[in-house]
Design a protein around this ligand. Structure first.
Ligand SMILES: Cc1cc2nc3c(=O)[nH]c(=O)nc-3n(C[C@H](O)[C@H](O)[C@H](O)COP(=O)(O)OP(=O)(O)OC[C@H]3O[C@@H](n4cnc5c(N)ncnc54)[C@H](O)[C@@H]3O)c2cc1C
Length: 337
């Protein structure tokens, strides 16, 4: 599913509830069991529960669980989006992985709208205006860090020693990889979910430009099927991004309090296809737990403890399973016991 359309769908009808452009810096306890969230613009907000759904770099997790770890898998992703044409539709199944030589692989997915979401929204009476994304092929070239001129961190957890990376035999790329998820339509600094930005941290300044990324992707797939080169050459320039792919290490149980975590903030995983589904499951489980509080069948902390216990259990196996794909694509073995 197209990510921007999905996000715009989720945000439909919530204009008066969601506030954009606020970056949480920290939280504090307030007498009476209240938690106060502080934002970078100096404002704050109070509530009975704070849910940290702030992604892999979660500020909430950093404060709640300072020992929780994420680590660099040593894999890099050059991501792009190319308009879908009938010829490409012929060539591609809905989803495919091309495994090339030198530990390089390409993930390809066809995104084809059955109905124009703008018309669907109208027929459902939704006030949201959807961005016209159009049908496209999403492609991601996964390569070792050395292939983009970076030293491999070898997938070790933070604080562990990492052997020096292998020398690069090709021209190294200059610039900085983006560490965070770039494919969402809205970053914390943006004003609404209807923005067309391709990333939470768009590559700017010293970062690689679109032409360099296209050139690098072509070079790294030298000798591959010409259809792959066509996809790269005709990518939408603003969609091109270089990413570092990270994972988390599942955390042990912690003492439940009125601050909790959801999605990547709790259990970021290698992008093997399950992260969003698990984040949505968290949201459903948490909603259910909070419902028992509002209906008076449970107190807050036991309800949150039930949610957290279930979430830790199913997400730990998902994190581990997703890393199998990382290993298949050339990442070092799982770094935790
Ligand atoms: C390249 C790539 C491809 C992927 N492909 C898939 C796929 O095909 N299928 C799948 O299921 N999953 C996929 N994933 C994983 C998926 O994107 C994540 O699991 C999912 O987005 C997690 O949702 P989330 O809401 O927890 O976090 P996010 O989507 O990261 O959202 C976190 C939000 O918090 C905001 N935020 C961050 N810090 C702060 C702060 N301090 N204050 C306020 N707001 C903040 C961010 O701006 C962002 O809007 C992929 C990931 C990557 C990197």
């Amino acid at each position: 599913m197209d990510r921007l359309t999905f996000r715009q769908t989720l945000a439909a009808g919530l204009d008066d509830v969601v506030h954009y452009g606020k970056r949480l810096t920290h939280y504090e306890d307030v007498p009476g069991g209240v938690v106060r969230a502080h934002f970078a613009d100096g404002s704050s907000a109070e509530g009975d529960v704070l849910v940290g759904a702030d992604g892999i770099g979660s500020a909430v997790r950093s404060q709640l669980l300072p020992n929780a770890q994420t680590f660099d898998t040593s894999l890099r992703l050059i991501y792009g989006r190319t308009p879908l044409t009938p010829a490409r539709r012929e060539l591609l199944a809905d989803f495919a992985i091309v495994t090339g030589p030198s530990a390089r692989s390409m993930v390809l997915g066809v995104f084809e709208f059955e109905n124009d979401p703008r018309h669907v929204a109208g027929s459902l009476g939704l006030s949201t205006s959807f961005t016209d994304v159009g049908d496209y092929v999403m492609w991601g070239l996964v390569v070792p860090a050395e292939d983009v001129g970076e030293e491999s961190p070898t997938g070790t957890a933070p604080g562990e020693e990492s052997p020096t990376g292998t020398a690069v035999d090709e021209e190294p790329l200059t610039g900085t990889a983006v560490d965070e998820e770039p494919l969402t339509g809205t970053a914390v600094d943006e004003e609404s979910p209807t923005g067309t930005a391709t990333g939470e941290e768009p590559l700017t300044g010293s970062a690689l430009d679109e032409e360099s990324l296209i050139g690098a992707a072509l070079k790294l797939t030298s000798g591959w099927h010409p259809g792959v080169h066509g996809l790269i050459e005709e990518a939408v320039p603003s969609s091109l991004t270089l990413l570092s792919l990270h994972s988390s290490i599942p955390v042990d149980a912690w003492r439940t309090r009125n601050v909790t975590l959801l999605g990547d903030a709790a259990h970021a995983m290698f992008p093997a296809g399950g992260g969003t589904a698990i984040a949505l499951r968290d949201a459903a489980e948490l909603r259910q737990a909070l419902h028992t509080v509002t209906t008076g069948t449970s107190h807050l902390l036991p309800a949150l403890a039930t949610y957290e216990s279930a979430m830790r259990s199913y997400s730990a196996s998902a994190v581990r399973e997703s890393y199998l794909m990382a290993e298949r694509l050339g990442a070092p073995p799982w770094p935790a016991p």
